[in-house]
Design a protein around this ligand. Structure first.
Ligand SMILES: Nc1ncnc2c1ncn2[C@@H]1O[C@H](COP(=O)(O)OP(=O)(O)OP(=O)(O)O)[C@@H](O)[C@H]1O
Ligand SMILES: [Mg+2]
Length: 257
């Protein structure tokens, strides 16, 4: 069982998008749970079209007796030529209740993880931006920490700082994911050198991401054959140890790919 934390310095770079779609892609290879640990500003439930959940991670953090009830099962059906793959993805969302937030104890996150660990092969944790205790505790309890960046120098330099500060808290960063790639020249090399970690995935900019989100279904479920879903599948393959080269492609390939 592996716990993967999806993190970033600044907000809005695509952590929730990556967490959700990576979870869908990985669910082909094992039992997957994706957790919304961004308890101050949770929104993962909206990617799955779940109405603001009544029972959620907030309840499980207060009382473990709620844990089973706070995990939702999403049925995934992907057709590949003549074969239809069916599997289940488990989602542990957080609710947006301000009252619940006031009483929350993030220190109990480890206990929540300990209680679900043996039921899953992969647990993906969507972590809050920055390095507050709400981000640090989930990161400290993960096996692998990935930083999501956008293909801009400012975003990459910001992650460089986050990595350094995270290390002071005992957190080791294991890799970088570039999201919203549009064929920027040399950006992959720049990111790897600046952050000093392996590039594990490149996810292109795609209008499908927002279209599918508006429909309450991740792009990897709604449009599994799209190029952007292929990017998420390559990231999943890389994570399960397949020898997938993470190569940037040029602007033309991006536009016509
Ligand atoms: N590859 C992509 N192509 C196009 N749009 C994207 C892509 N990835 C993310 N977005 C858009 O960027 C916005 C932010 O994405 P997301 O909510 O996943 O970021 P986040 O890092 O989780 O944000 P926060 O820090 O607020 O939790 C959303 O509107 C989303 O649709
Ligand atoms: Mg988010």
């Amino acid at each position: 069982m592996t716990v993967l934390a999806i993190c970033s310095g600044k907000g809005g770079v695509g952590k929730t998008t990556v967490s959700v779609n990576l979870a869908v892609a990985l669910s082909r290879f094992g039992r997957v749970l994706v957790i919304d640990s961004d308890i101050a500003l949770p929104n993962m439930h909206t990617f799955f079209g779940l109405d603001d959940p009544f029972i959620s991670l907030l309840d499980a953090l207060k009382d473990l007796a709620y844990l089973d009830e706070s995990i939702y099962e999403i049925k995934i059906k992907v057709s590949e030529e003549d074969v239809v793959h069916k599997h289940v993805l488990s989602v542990l969302p957080a609710s947006t209740s301000v009252k619940a937030l006031e009483e929350i104890d993030i220190e109990n996150f480890k206990e929540v993880l300990d209680n679900v660990k043996n039921k899953f092969d992969f647990i993906i944790v969507d972590v809050a931006a920055g390095l507050s205790k709400y981000a640090i505790i989930p990161m400290l309890n993960s096996d692998i920490v990935y930083l999501v960046v956008n293909p801009e120098k400012a975003s990459i330099l910001d992650s460089q700082k986050v990595k350094k500060v995270a290390e002071v808290s005992g957190i080791k960063v294991n890799g970088v994911i570039i999201n919203r790639y549009r064929g920027e020249k040399d950006i992959a090399e720049y990111a790897e050198n600046a952050i000093g970690e392996e590039l594990v995935g490149i996810i292109r900019e795609s209008k499908l991401i927002r279209n599918c989100w508006n429909r309450g279904i991740p792009v990897t479920m709604k449009k599994p054959d799209s190029k952007v879903s292929e990017d998420f599948m390559n990231l999943a393959l890389k994570i399960i140890g397949k020898d997938i080269p993470v190569k940037p492609y040029g602007k033309l390939k991006y536009l016509f790919g």
